[in-house]
Design a binder for this molecule. Structure first.
Ligand SMILES: C[S@@+](CC[C@H](N)C(=O)[O-])C[C@H]1O[C@@H](n2cnc3c(N)ncnc32)[C@H](O)[C@@H]1O
Length: 276
């Protein structure tokens, strides 16, 4: 089965990714996004023999972790619209773990009621419209199937993000405003509860959690932000301004460093819901 990604109005650019960002994401997600992802999987109580769909699976690290849990009698399918990330993920494929190019807005090829659980770790905030994808998750889940979401909290502006935004608001970068789609589409807990309710889910657990991320250096922090946004952080700038913007960000990030490196506190909304 092959998925064809469709552009969705208002969605972030999927064309700014490159091999170096994809490889950086692989390295970075192993220690950072993975912590939130494994906690989410634990909350979903995924067990042996289950079929799990990991939407926006990136380079497949979390999907591989889930495949260990579901074992030989279960199956995990990871989908992501970025070809380079799916390319890296595919090297992890095995009998109970497969990957396909796919998009949360284009899951029509997946059969109704075919999964026990759907997982979205650090993905929902990249989706401008959330109702369509949530209805698709409902359709592909078996009755009482579970949906696990961990996503950036609306209104939470970690110091690193505020610093990067301040740089982009300075000359000469301010002459090229970031398009709306380069910025995430976050929800708060109540908005997520309402979205889940109107798409046929019952939220059994909905909470805000805090994570501390430590970056060894300003460059490490910058790569984390660029790789996690698949190039959308400075990708809107003309090519000749991207390196100067990165240099200015590194300079400002250096001022945030303490003895432990740069410690960033992020808050996310976590939902464990059930198909009604
Ligand atoms: C921060 S990464 C998270 C990757 C992975 N879930 C993890 O936990 O490491 C965000 C991912 O969302 C994916 N994404 C963005 N838009 C998407 C869409 N419309 N449908 C599915 N995935 C999407 C990106 O390609 C990227 O791999």
């Amino acid at each position: 089965m092959v998925f064809i990604s469709r552009p969705v109005a208002g969605a972030p650019s999927l064309t700014l990714d490159n091999t170096s960002l994809a490889l950086d994401y692989e390295r970075i997600s192993a220690t950072r996004h993975m912590a939130a992802g494994t906690a989410l999987v634990e909350d979903l109580a995924i067990g042996p023999g289950e079929r799990v769909l990991d939407v926006g699976c990136g380079t497949g690290l979390l999907a591989e972790h889930i495949a260990h849990i579901v074992g030989a009698s279960g199956h995990v399918l990871g989908v992501d619209p970025l070809p380079l990330r799916i390319g890296l993920a595919t090297s992890r494929a095995r009998d109970n773990l497969s990957f396909e190019l796919g998009d949360a807005y284009d899951l029509g090829r997946i059969a109704d009621r075919s999964f026990d659980a759907v997982v979205l770790n650090a993905v929902l905030h990249w989706l401008p419209d959330k109702t369509g994808p949530l209805l698709a998750f409902w359709r592909v889940l078996k009755p009482n199937g579970r949906l696990g979401i961990s996503t950036q909290l609306k209104g939470d502006v970690p110091q690193l993000v505020a610093t990067a935004r301040a740089v982009l608001a300075e000359p000469p970068f301010d002459r090229h405003p970031r398009p709306r789609e380069g910025i995430t589409f976050r929800v708060d807990a109540e908005e997520l509860r309402a979205l889940l309710q109107t798409t046929g889910f019952q939220a059994n657990r909905l909470e805000v959690r805090e994570t501390q991320t430590r970056h060894a250096s300003p460059q490490d922090a910058l790569r984390y932000m660029e790789a996690s946004s698949f190039g959308n952080m400075v990708g809107h700038l003309p090519p000749e301004l991207r390196d100067p913007a990165r240099a200015r960000m590194r300079e400002r990030f250096a001022a945030l460093a303490g003895p432990e490196g740069i410690v960033s506190t992020n808050r996310r909304v976590v939902a464990i819901a059930e198909r009604r």
